[in-house]
Structure formats: structure tokens, C-alpha cells
Design a protein around this ligand. Structure first.
Ligand SMILES: O=C(CO)COP(=O)(O)O
Length: 248
């Protein structure tokens, strides 16, 4: 399976950063054995699409409804209309700060699919849950309840992002990543049959140029969802190099 390397800019970026977005897309397109994309704030999508040409630009959330009285929210159709081809759903920062529940996330994934977007659906345990020995149960529960019934196929990726590894510089041990990704793969295949093999499982949480090769070599790690190290082409490039090497 081709590796999928996705940058997540979170709440970073204004029109001052369009040159950097163009630089990231130019670098990413050098690595022809890798699928890559950049998820930017909704305010930047249209201008980012203009700046990058054919490179995939995504959003960072979407509402579960197609339209209506939902102040400040952005629908999947609006993302698509702005030029996005994918969106992230269920990120732990939204599960925590916006109180998103598995049922909300499942509905958002369905809305993304209906709008023709690819979706990256995030799961992951907190430090407290890991220390209590509950990491596997929590993550498999999120997989069971936040993935839609019609999840089969390559339109969907799952991102395993241990909450304690996000933005902390603390990376999960490759053996723990291997165990978690194998358990997620088994759950996907049990639920969707052979189609479950086509769903890419990304790792996210302090992935950078120093650790990407090791993480991407772990079985069932089909790519990465990258926050801080996606903000500049210089930091993103070594991750793409590591992903390209996996395909050679
Ligand atoms: O949350 C993340 C990507 O969605 C990971 O962020 P960092 O790479 O900054 O740890």
C-alpha cells in the first residue's frame, strides 16, 4: 500500500503563508511513490488550492448536516465547493474541546463521504487511559462506534493518534504502535471483510524527520498525520523522504 503523508496545520496559517503552502506542495510532488495532502484552515482552502495546482488540499472538520442553522460551522459540501478533496474528522483536540462524541464523528464521516471527500478519522487514548491499561479498549471502542457502516474502501483512512504524543515531542514506542495498528487492522477486517485491508491506518503524534523512518517501517503503519512538522517544507520533506524509501 502506498504511504499517505498528511500535514495538519490546525489553527495556523494566513495569507502570509501561501508561499510556504506552495513550497510544501512542490516538495511533496517530488515523491512520486507517496500520496500526500495538506489540511489547512477553512479560510485558506480556496487560496491554497490556487497556490498548489493539483496537490490535494483538505479541511480539518465538517458538520454532519449538509446545510442549515449551525452558526460558525462548515459543511462537507462547503469544503468540497472551496476545493478541498479530503477532511480530518474526530481529532482528539475536537473530541476534547468541542465535546465531539463517536456518534457525531460517524455522522461527520458519512457527510464527508456524501460530499465526495476522503476522510481521515482520528482515534487515540489519553495518557490516563494508557496508564490504566485501557488503551486498546478505548481505541477499539472509538473504531467500532465512530466509523460508519459503509466505511469500506480507500476513501477512508484511520489515524491512530495517542493524545499524549500530540505536540509533546513524546512518540509512542514502535512496539506499542505495532500492537495498536494490528488491533485496528483486525477490527477493520472483521467488520468490513477484505475491504478493511484497503483502509489506510496512519500514525500521528510528534512524527518528524528523525523518527518517521522507524514509525513508517512498523507493520500496518500506512502513513502519518503530521502537525508541527508539516508547517514548513523544510520539516515536512524528511518525512516524505522516509515514506518514499518505503515504496522503493
Ligand atoms: O495532532 C497531530 C496531527 O493531527 C499531531 O500533531 P504533532 O505532529 O504536532 O504532534
Amino acid at each position: 500500500m502506498r504511504k499517505f503523508i498528511v500535514g495538519n496545520w490546525k489553527m495556523n496559517g494566513t495569507s502570509n503563508d501561501l508561499d510556504e503552502i506552495a513550497a510544501i506542495s512542490a516538495v511533496a510532488q517530488l515523491y512520486t511513490l507517496v500520496d500526500s495532502a495538506l489540511c489547512v484552515p477553512a479560510t485558506l482552502i480556496t487560496r491554497a488550492v490556487t497556490a498548489v495546482g493539483a496537490f490535494p488540499i483538505g479541511g480539518q472538520d465538517c458538520h454532519m448536516q449538509r446545510a442549515g442553522a449551525h452558526m460558525g460551522c462548515v459543511s462537507a459540501d462547503m469544503l468540497s465547493d472551496a476545493g478541498a478533496v479530503l477532511t480530518i474528522i474526530g481529532h482528539s483536540e475536537r473530541r476534547a474541546a468541542q465535546h465531539e462524541r463517536d456518534a457525531d464523528i460517524r455522522a461527520k464521516a458519512e457527510a464527508a463521504k456524501a460530499a465526495g471527500l476522503q476522510a481521515i478519522l482520528c482515534v487515540g487514548e489519553t495518557l490516563e487511559e494508557r496508564e490504566a491499561g485501557k488503551a486498546l479498549d478505548i481505541v477499539l471502542g472509538q473504531v467500532a462506534h465512530s466509523l460508519p457502516e459503509a466505511a469500506a474502501g480507500a476513501w477512508l483512512s484511520v489515524a491512530y493518534e495517542p493524545v499524549w504524543a500530540i505536540g509533546t515531542g513524546r512518540v509512542a514506542e514502535p512496539s506499542d504502535v505495532a500492537d495498536m495498528h494490528a488491533a485496528i487492522r483486525a477490527a477493520l477486517v472483521a467488520r468490513y471483510g477484505p475491504e478493511g485491508e484497503k483502509i489506510r491506518i496512519l500514525y500521528g503524534g510528534s512524527m518528524n524527520g528523525d523518527n518517521a523512518a522507524q514509525l513508517l517501517a512498523v507493520p500496518n503503519v500506512d502513513g502519518g498525520l503530521i502537525g508541527g512538522a508539516s508547517l514548513t517544507a523544510a520539516k515536512f520533506q524528511p518525512i516524505l523522504v522516509a515514506a518514499q524509501a518505503c515504496g522503493e
